[in-house]
Write a protein that binds this ligand. Structure first.
Ligand SMILES: [Mg+2]
Length: 183
């Protein structure tokens, strides 16, 4: 179990994107910045996280690129705009990793831990004993467990997931609800 009181400024926060930071699109990928919509409270949450965490890292599966339906340059533009908007509101993201592979066996595709391991290579001060993954799917939770870190489930898009699943350490209704619990 995750004791929230143990979280201090040595900790790293890994965040999924769709269904956590922004609304998912029903049965489709988000292809462009114009389709991207932040959840309520997320900008405020990111400002709180920027004071509470050493590193903030986004890890997102973006299979639409591998399938040829999302353009990689559109995704990069979207991520730049997302980061910029978060910064304008007092938050920050230190790194964004995306996996464009279609195959579930790809080491970078969650639940496989490749994006997390890459983050540790790029940011060697990440301490995986002090790290936490927030996501809206069991695949995100399994990614966290494959990295050996704590997990928080947001039932934003999958309210029927059994929250007593072994891979889930804590549940919050939204990113802002978790952020406020740290204050
Ligand atoms: Mg998601």
């Amino acid at each position: 179990m995750l004791n929230l009181k143990t979280i201090d400024t040595d900790w790293t926060l890994f965040l999924d994107r769709d269904g956590v930071i922004n609304y998912e699109k029903q049965n489709d990928y988000i292809h462009t910045w114009s389709e991207f919509k932040f959840y309520e409270g997320v900008l405020e949450a990111m400002a709180i996280f920027s004071k509470k965490f050493k590193h903030i890292v986004v890890v997102t599966n973006q299979r639409g690129i591998g399938k040829g339906v999302t353009k990689e340059e559109d995704l990069i533009y979207l991520h730049n705009k997302m980061k910029e908007t978060i910064e304008l509101n007092g938050g920050r993201i230190d790194a964004i990793y995306y996996c464009k592979d279609v195959e579930s066996s790809s080491p970078c595709r969650k639940p496989n831990p490749g994006m997390g391991l890459q983050a540790v290579k790029d940011l060697p001060t990440i301490d995986l004993t002090k790290a936490l993954m927030i996501g809206n799917t069991l695949s995100d939770m399994q990614f966290g467990k494959n990295l050996g870190i704590s997990t928080i489930f947001l039932p934003t898009t999958r309210p029927k997931v059994k929250v007593d699943d072994d891979t889930i350490d804590a549940v919050f209704p939204s990113l802002i609800a978790f952020a406020q619990s740290l204050l």
